[in-house]
Design a protein around this ligand. Structure first.
Ligand SMILES: [Zn+2]
Length: 467
């Protein structure tokens, strides 16, 4: 058994330490009364290219980080509470720039998106799931219904929903009856969540509507899903990109084959979504990447054999017994092409990065329950390192770089005047990236997320879903 795995016993959760670190003590929770707190003794991973501070200290006051340095060099403000984090590692909370919040209800293995699922309560559930696993900021992947997400975001900014990952909004522009995959589109079409456009002027009007709503991101879906979907014409996505950039809106593009990825990048998109799996990344795509250097999110996990199928306790802890048995019974067929896929993904991943693609973490969670909010973020991190990325670079791709990619200047690093969004880990992810899963605590805006209460909601002991 891996030392970082969790085992469920009765209604409680026990960390199986396997003798590696001895007792896994929880750090004392920070006082919620708002007084300053000095955290000292942890290894502090900053989240960008700056070196790790081995025996670090930082001060949190008013939900913000107000000082960072070596232990002994950071002065505690008068009246500060001291929290000893010796032996722990601190890293910034994760920033996820691609997940489909709001539709998944964990009712059946195949995934079930319905318009009526898309409620404030379900959004909150998904953002709590992310927060419980150390995600502080989440960009919706262009499938959300804006009337619901906009209200949620403004309520959240006003202080409702403490302890949930912060939601950021993205609109979606699609051909009529096109866009999201066959599962998500059930919900998005029912709600009219995406702008359906046929011609360039309609696309420009849609972008202007997003601008008027204050939405800073837009998603487009390129390609025809092997002839099963209407494809967005080139002139239409050219119009989206042109209008969006005039409005200060970033364009995220779904593209899954070489031709669509080249077209999207040449056309000037800002964030490329997906990894080509059916062909090697060729020198032409490499040259386009070198010239344009788009941000890129791989979203590997949707196509991976899931960790549910491998009965990984870290993943199983957030799923009910009923949904796990449904997934195991119907969604764990072995992929005969797994070895070929693995080799191609590895080669393509490293070539994309070497060519200039700027890796940022996204998961595509919210489509299938087997690949879900929170745990999926750690799966992506693990895959980056399995494919050859150094752990420090994987962490940058999950923290400061996605924050930069989506224009968040107050999160993504452990630094002065950033929000106090951070994870406390029982072991060092620079030694083994799977140590991001050994979460001792998550803090958002300086307050500890009540992980135990959240995990009890979703785990094997939680109520069984309808099916
Ligand atoms: Zn997606």
């Amino acid at each position: 058994m891996q030392p970082w795995t969790w085992r469920v016993a009765g209604t409680g959760l026990l960390l199986v330490t396997a003798g590696v670190l001895g007792v896994s003590s929880q750090p004392r929770p920070a006082p919620t009364t708002g007084g300053p707190v000095l955290y000292e003794g942890a290894r502090v991973i900053i989240g960008d290219e700056r070196p790790t501070i081995d025996d670090g200290a930082f001060v949190v006051a008013g939900g913000r980080i107000t000082a960072v340095g070596r232990r002994g060099e950071v002065t505690a403000p008068a009246g500060a509470t001291r929290v000893d984090l010796s032996g722990k590692t601190v890293m910034p909370a994760i920033v996820n720039i691609h997940a489909h919040v709001g539709y998944e209800k964990y009712l059946e293995a195949e995934g079930l998106s319905r318009g009526e699922h898309f409620t404030e309560a379900n959004l909150l559930d998904h953002l709590y799931r992310e927060a419980a696993f150390g995600v502080g900021s989440m960009l919706d992947a262009g499938s959300g219904a804006l009337p619901v997400t906009q209200k949620f975001q403004s309520d959240q900014r006003a202080g409702r929903f403490p302890g949930a990952a912060r939601l950021h909004l993205m609109g979606g522009i699609v051909p009529v009856q096109g866009g999201p995959d066959h599962i998500l589109i059930q919900g998005t079409r029912a709600l009219g969540a995406n702008y359906e456009v046929t011609r360039s002027p309609e696309a420009r009007t849609a972008v202007q509507d997003l601008k008027a709503k204050g939405v800073r991101h837009v998603k487009i879906w390129l390609g025809d899903r092997n002839g099963t979907y209407p494809a967005m014409p080139h002139e239409v996505y050219d119009a989206v990109i042109d209008e969006a950039h005039k409005a200060g809106i970033a364009v995220h593009a779904h593209a899954t084959n070489l031709r669509d990825q080249k077209d999207a990048i040449r056309a000037g998109i800002d964030v490329l979504v997906h990894t080509v799996q059916n062909a090697p990344v060729d020198d032409e795509l490499a040259a386009v990447l070198a010239e344009k250097r788009p941000y890129w999110t791989t979203v590997f996990g949707l196509g991976d054999r899931s960790e549910v199928c491998d009965r990984n306790p870290f993943v199983l802890q957030v799923l009910s017994a009923a949904i796990v048995s449904d997934i195991l019974a119907t969604d764990c067929r072995p992929n005969p092409n797994a070895a070929v896929r693995e080799q191609r993904l590895k080669a393509n991943f490293m070539k994309m990065i070497a060519s200039g693609a700027r890796l940022v973490l996204g998961t595509d969670a919210g489509v299938w329950p087997r690949y879900t909010f929170g745990t999926a973020d750690h799966h992506e991190l693990q895959r980056y390192v399995e494919f050859g990325l150094p752990p420090a670079q994987a962490i940058i791709a999950a923290t400061s770089r996605p924050a930069e990619a989506i224009g968040l200047t107050d999160v993504g690093v452990i630094a002065n005047d950033r929000r106090a969004d951070f994870l406390v880990l029982d072991a060092n992810p620079l030694d083994d990236i799977r140590n991001t899963r050994r979460i001792a605590a998550v803090y958002l805006d300086g307050a500890a997320v009540d992980r135990a209460a959240l995990l009890a909601r979703w785990g094997p002991a939680a109520g069984t879903p309808a099916r």
